[in-house]
Design a protein. Structure first.
Length: 69
């Protein structure tokens, strides 16, 4: 769960890293089956993180739960 803008930025950067990894696998893997097996985990994690970003951006800052000190 993303709780603040800093976590949002970190999640967005992590997505970019995973996308670069998948793009590299796509360039080097010649077997479609091996490519899909290699990329599947990254793509699933990208999807999960995108949903977290969507949830965070859907609410206004005033609606965000207060963070524990």
């Amino acid at each position: 769960m993303i709780n603040n803008d800093r976590e949002l930025e970190l999640t967005q950067e992590r997505i970019r890293q995973f996308q670069r990894q998948v793009a590299q696998i796509r360039k080097t893997e010649t077997s479609p089956e091996n490519y899909r097996l290699s990329a599947a985990g990254f793509l699933a994690e990208i999807d999960r993180m995108n949903l977290e970003i969507r949830d965070y951006l859907w609410s206004l800052p005033a609606e965000q739960p207060a963070s524990a000190p």
